[in-house]
Write a protein that binds this ligand. Structure first.
Ligand code: 5GP
Length: 176
Protein backbone atom coordinates (compact mmCIF):
# COMPACT_ATOMS: atom_id res chain seq x y z
CA UNK A 1 0.00 0.00 0.00
CA UNK A 2 1.27 3.49 -0.85
CA UNK A 3 2.22 5.75 2.06
CA UNK A 4 -0.71 8.11 2.81
CA UNK A 5 1.63 11.14 2.86
CA UNK A 6 2.57 10.66 -0.78
CA UNK A 7 0.15 12.66 -2.92
CA UNK A 8 0.00 13.53 -6.60
CA UNK A 9 3.17 12.86 -8.58
CA UNK A 10 4.37 16.16 -10.06
CA UNK A 11 7.55 14.96 -11.80
CA UNK A 12 7.94 11.34 -12.85
CA UNK A 13 11.23 9.43 -12.44
CA UNK A 14 11.88 9.23 -16.20
CA UNK A 15 11.21 12.97 -16.64
CA UNK A 16 13.73 13.69 -13.88
CA UNK A 17 16.38 11.54 -15.53
CA UNK A 18 15.79 13.10 -18.99
CA UNK A 19 16.02 16.64 -17.60
CA UNK A 20 19.14 15.88 -15.57
CA UNK A 21 20.81 14.48 -18.70
CA UNK A 22 19.93 17.65 -20.62
CA UNK A 23 21.21 19.89 -17.81
CA UNK A 24 24.43 17.87 -17.69
CA UNK A 25 24.96 18.39 -21.42
CA UNK A 26 24.21 22.12 -21.17
CA UNK A 27 26.57 22.65 -18.23
CA UNK A 28 29.32 20.57 -19.89
CA UNK A 29 29.11 22.77 -23.00
CA UNK A 30 29.04 26.03 -21.02
CA UNK A 31 32.09 25.12 -18.93
CA UNK A 32 34.11 23.42 -21.67
CA UNK A 33 37.85 23.81 -21.07
CA UNK A 34 37.32 24.78 -17.44
CA UNK A 35 37.29 22.89 -14.16
CA UNK A 36 34.04 23.14 -12.24
CA UNK A 37 33.48 23.07 -8.49
CA UNK A 38 29.98 21.93 -7.60
CA UNK A 39 28.78 23.20 -4.23
CA UNK A 40 26.01 20.90 -3.05
CA UNK A 41 23.61 22.11 -0.40
CA UNK A 42 22.84 19.28 2.05
CA UNK A 43 20.81 17.24 2.39
CA UNK A 44 18.08 17.51 -0.25
CA UNK A 45 20.32 18.21 -3.26
CA UNK A 46 22.51 15.13 -2.80
CA UNK A 47 20.39 12.91 -5.04
CA UNK A 48 20.21 15.51 -7.81
CA UNK A 49 23.94 16.23 -7.47
CA UNK A 50 24.98 12.60 -7.84
CA UNK A 51 22.86 12.10 -10.97
CA UNK A 52 23.91 15.47 -12.45
CA UNK A 53 27.61 14.96 -11.77
CA UNK A 54 27.58 11.65 -13.62
CA UNK A 55 26.27 13.49 -16.70
CA UNK A 56 29.11 16.03 -16.75
CA UNK A 57 31.76 15.62 -19.43
CA UNK A 58 34.19 18.13 -17.88
CA UNK A 59 36.64 17.82 -14.98
CA UNK A 60 34.69 18.56 -11.80
CA UNK A 61 34.92 18.41 -8.03
CA UNK A 62 32.32 18.60 -5.29
CA UNK A 63 32.15 20.23 -1.87
CA UNK A 64 29.25 20.37 0.58
CA UNK A 65 27.52 23.00 2.68
CA UNK A 66 24.70 22.59 5.14
CA UNK A 67 22.37 25.42 6.09
CA UNK A 68 19.46 25.46 8.48
CA UNK A 69 16.18 25.16 6.60
CA UNK A 70 12.62 24.29 7.51
CA UNK A 71 13.18 21.65 10.17
CA UNK A 72 10.03 19.59 10.46
CA UNK A 73 7.63 22.34 9.42
CA UNK A 74 6.70 23.29 5.87
CA UNK A 75 7.19 27.06 5.89
CA UNK A 76 10.38 29.12 5.77
CA UNK A 77 11.51 31.13 8.74
CA UNK A 78 13.69 33.24 6.46
CA UNK A 79 16.53 32.69 8.91
CA UNK A 80 19.58 31.08 7.34
CA UNK A 81 22.42 29.64 9.39
CA UNK A 82 25.53 27.73 8.19
CA UNK A 83 25.64 24.34 9.90
CA UNK A 84 28.55 23.03 7.82
CA UNK A 85 30.88 25.17 5.74
CA UNK A 86 32.90 24.20 2.65
CA UNK A 87 36.09 22.20 3.25
CA UNK A 88 38.24 24.37 0.96
CA UNK A 89 38.51 27.98 -0.24
CA UNK A 90 36.79 28.83 -3.55
CA UNK A 91 38.79 31.92 -4.53
CA UNK A 92 39.42 31.93 -8.27
CA UNK A 93 37.27 28.82 -8.85
CA UNK A 94 34.32 28.34 -11.21
CA UNK A 95 31.57 27.52 -8.73
CA UNK A 96 28.12 26.10 -9.42
CA UNK A 97 25.73 25.87 -6.47
CA UNK A 98 23.54 22.76 -6.74
CA UNK A 99 20.21 23.18 -4.92
CA UNK A 100 17.17 20.97 -4.67
CA UNK A 101 14.46 23.65 -4.71
CA UNK A 102 14.12 27.43 -4.74
CA UNK A 103 11.07 28.45 -2.74
CA UNK A 104 11.17 31.95 -1.21
CA UNK A 105 14.73 32.27 -2.54
CA UNK A 106 15.98 33.48 0.84
CA UNK A 107 18.40 30.57 1.32
CA UNK A 108 20.00 31.07 -2.08
CA UNK A 109 20.15 34.81 -1.69
CA UNK A 110 22.13 34.32 1.50
CA UNK A 111 24.37 31.62 -0.03
CA UNK A 112 25.11 33.69 -3.14
CA UNK A 113 26.13 36.68 -1.06
CA UNK A 114 28.19 34.56 1.30
CA UNK A 115 30.04 32.67 -1.48
CA UNK A 116 30.51 35.76 -3.68
CA UNK A 117 32.41 37.37 -0.79
CA UNK A 118 35.00 34.56 -1.13
CA UNK A 119 35.87 35.85 -4.64
CA UNK A 120 35.22 32.84 -6.92
CA UNK A 121 36.05 33.33 -10.64
CA UNK A 122 32.37 32.68 -11.41
CA UNK A 123 29.29 31.76 -9.40
CA UNK A 124 26.08 30.27 -10.82
CA UNK A 125 23.11 28.29 -9.55
CA UNK A 126 21.62 25.01 -10.73
CA UNK A 127 18.33 24.18 -9.01
CA UNK A 128 16.26 21.10 -9.75
CA UNK A 129 12.93 22.71 -8.86
CA UNK A 130 11.57 26.21 -8.49
CA UNK A 131 8.27 27.55 -7.11
CA UNK A 132 8.11 31.01 -8.74
CA UNK A 133 4.84 31.91 -6.98
CA UNK A 134 6.56 31.83 -3.60
CA UNK A 135 9.53 34.03 -4.45
CA UNK A 136 10.43 36.75 -1.92
CA UNK A 137 14.04 37.35 -3.03
CA UNK A 138 15.06 37.98 -6.65
CA UNK A 139 17.30 35.07 -7.68
CA UNK A 140 18.97 34.47 -11.04
CA UNK A 141 19.37 30.70 -11.29
CA UNK A 142 21.11 29.95 -14.60
CA UNK A 143 19.99 26.30 -14.69
CA UNK A 144 16.53 25.16 -13.61
CA UNK A 145 15.11 21.65 -13.87
CA UNK A 146 11.37 22.21 -13.48
CA UNK A 147 8.95 24.95 -12.44
CA UNK A 148 6.35 23.53 -10.08
CA UNK A 149 3.18 24.96 -8.52
CA UNK A 150 2.98 26.17 -4.94
CA UNK A 151 2.84 22.77 -3.24
CA UNK A 152 5.08 21.23 -0.60
CA UNK A 153 6.92 18.43 -2.39
CA UNK A 154 8.75 15.27 -1.35
CA UNK A 155 10.95 12.73 -3.11
CA UNK A 156 14.20 12.64 -5.12
CA UNK A 157 16.05 14.04 -2.10
CA UNK A 158 13.28 16.23 -0.69
CA UNK A 159 11.94 15.25 2.71
CA UNK A 160 9.13 15.79 5.12
CA UNK A 161 10.46 15.33 8.65
CA UNK A 162 13.45 13.46 7.10
CA UNK A 163 11.27 10.90 5.31
CA UNK A 164 10.57 10.22 1.61
CA UNK A 165 13.97 11.35 0.27
CA UNK A 166 14.34 7.93 -1.39
CA UNK A 167 11.29 8.24 -3.67
CA UNK A 168 12.45 8.15 -7.33
CA UNK A 169 9.84 10.80 -8.31
CA UNK A 170 8.73 14.20 -6.96
CA UNK A 171 5.27 14.18 -5.37
CA UNK A 172 3.11 16.60 -3.42
CA UNK A 173 2.78 15.95 0.29
CA UNK A 174 -0.81 15.19 1.24
CA UNK A 175 -2.45 17.22 4.04
CA UNK A 176 0.04 20.10 3.63
P1 5GP B 1 13.83 29.02 0.43
O1 5GP B 1 14.90 29.69 1.24
O2 5GP B 1 14.02 29.22 -1.06
O3 5GP B 1 12.46 29.43 0.88
O4 5GP B 1 13.88 27.48 0.77
C1 5GP B 1 14.88 26.66 0.34
C2 5GP B 1 14.90 25.35 1.09
O5 5GP B 1 13.66 25.05 1.72
C3 5GP B 1 15.15 24.22 0.12
O6 5GP B 1 16.53 24.02 -0.10
C4 5GP B 1 14.49 23.06 0.84
O7 5GP B 1 15.38 22.50 1.77
C5 5GP B 1 13.33 23.70 1.58
N1 5GP B 1 12.08 23.58 0.81
C6 5GP B 1 11.43 24.56 0.13
N2 5GP B 1 10.32 24.10 -0.47
C7 5GP B 1 10.27 22.78 -0.17
C8 5GP B 1 9.35 21.73 -0.52
O8 5GP B 1 8.35 21.89 -1.24
N3 5GP B 1 9.65 20.49 -0.03
C9 5GP B 1 10.74 20.25 0.75
N4 5GP B 1 10.91 19.00 1.16
N5 5GP B 1 11.62 21.21 1.09
C10 5GP B 1 11.39 22.46 0.64
Amino acid sequence: MRDAEIGEILVQADELQRRVRALGAEISADYEGRQLLLVCVLKGAVFFLSDLMRQLQIPCEVDFMAVASYGDSTDSSGVVRILKDLDAPIEGRDVLIVEDIVDSGLTLKYLLRNLAARRPASLEVCALLTKPERRKAQIDAKYIGFEIPNRFVIGYGLDHAERHRNLPFVAALTNE
